[in-house]
Design a binder for this molecule. Structure first.
Ligand code: SF4
Length: 372
């Protein structure tokens, strides 16, 4: 079926910013409102503003400036700060050297003018690596900043672009190995580092591993190059701008999760009503905001950590007696049962069906454990 020009334009525009949107969607994939927001690239902050809600998740300009400064320092003078740390943690072998800067000039890079140039050079580098008889340094860099890949195929994502913060290249094994690194500005507090922040960083690194898999596969170099299932995180040391490295981050599951996430998001995009593709998202106060605000929602406690509509959905869940407001454990324990009904059963009301009888049995057994 032929699509109207505006529908096609909107599908093209929706390809941008895919990493962030995939992560947003993956945090609550069963929420229809969240799916529309992720697929149509409509920021929840804008929707929340349109609904008169307070916006809580925008990044502060100071945090962005600090992040940029941190990254610039790491890569300054041919990555002279980062490289020794990476070697010290065994990600690259002793004596590794050679830095390739593929960040765009406007993002602090030193030699690349455009994203297309970064993508072409990354692809050329991967192809050269895979085809070289005995790839060795210094013919090849050991660390690449801003390696950029175009994710092939798909309805929504044929040209989704991923930019890898730091890519280490190891050449001392059987095959050249590509090792993904993700840079975050927040401090590494050992066992006290925020687990949710770390989970997001690992998930992002997993998306890059999946993206590299696709590029290597597309070039037919799967047997000649290895995309490592272990990556590394670069955080800051508390109270300083120096790097703290977390090596050997397991990314196997994260890459698989990214692969499934891309497929599911594609399917979600294909299933969206054509009216939503025809809508003009330059005015988010209208069609798309209304569609998101009237869509089905499935509130859960994770919403509080990422979605600007969380307060609104929490209020609605309270009114409906949704057990999700008491956390995932309670929701699982009560199943689909409304909180008011659960309280009635706790107070001795007669169960009406098998699910309620089962719940009463579990409540009785829990009571026995508390007061034998
Ligand atoms: S806060 Fe509401 S709209 Fe946002 S993901 Fe959760 S349920 Fe969906």
């Amino acid at each position: 079926m032929a699509r109207s020009p505006s529908t096609q334009t909107n599908r093209d525009a929706a390809r941008g910013n895919i990493r962030m949107r995939l992560e947003q969607w993956a945090r609550n994939p069963t929420c229809e409102a969240n799916t529309i927001s992720a697929v149509r690239n409509v920021r929840m902050a804008a929707v929340a503003r349109a609904a008169g809600e307070e916006v809580a998740f925008g990044q502060s300009p100071f945090a962005i400036a600090r992040g940029n400064q941190f990254e610039r320092d790491l890569f300054r003078d041919d990555a002279s700060r980062l490289l020794p740390e990476i070697i010290k943690h065994g990600i690259l072998p002793d004596g590794a050297s050679g830095f390739l800067d593929l960040r765009q000039r406007r993002n602090g890079g030193t030699r690349v003018e455009s994203l297309d140039e970064a993508i072409d050079q990354t692809r050329a580098l991967v192809a050269r690596l895979g085809k070289a008889a005995r790839p060795r340094h210094p013919d090849f860099p050991t660390i690449v900043a801003g390696a950029s890949i175009r994710v092939p195929k798909g309805i929504l994502l044929p040209e989704a672009i991923l930019i890898i913060d730091a890519l280490a290249i190891r050449l001392d094994g059987g095959r050249p190995e590509l090792i993904v690194g993700e840079i975050k500005t927040y401090p590494d507090r050992g066992g006290y580092t925020d687990p949710a922040e770390l989970a997001v960083a690992r998930a992002q690194a997993g998306i890059y591993v999946h993206g590299l898999d696709l590029v290597v596969g597309e070039l037919g170099l799967g047997k000649r190059l290895e995309v490592s299932r272990h990556g590394f995180l670069v955080l800051s040391r508390p109270g300083s701008n120096r790097a703290s490295i977390r090596p050997r981050e397991e990314l196997h599951y994260q890459a698989e999760r990214a692969r499934r996430g891309f497929d599911l998001l594609e399917r979600a995009a294909a299933a969206l009503d054509s009216d939503l593709w025809a809508a003009d998202d330059t005015n988010v106060g209208d069609v798309l905001a209304r569609a998101i605000l009237s869509a089905e929602t499935t509130y859960n406690q994770a919403c509080l950590s990422f979605c600007d509509l969380a307060s609104r959905c929490y209020r609605r869940a309270c009114q409906e007696g949704d057990p999700a407001i008491l956390g995932e454990d309670v929701r699982r324990f009560l199943g689909n049962l409304n909180l008011a009904r659960a309280v009635a059963l706790l107070g001795g009301a007669a169960p009406l069906d098998e699910a309620e009888r089962d719940l009463v049995k579990r409540i009785e057994s829990a009571r026995g454990m508390i007061a034998p």
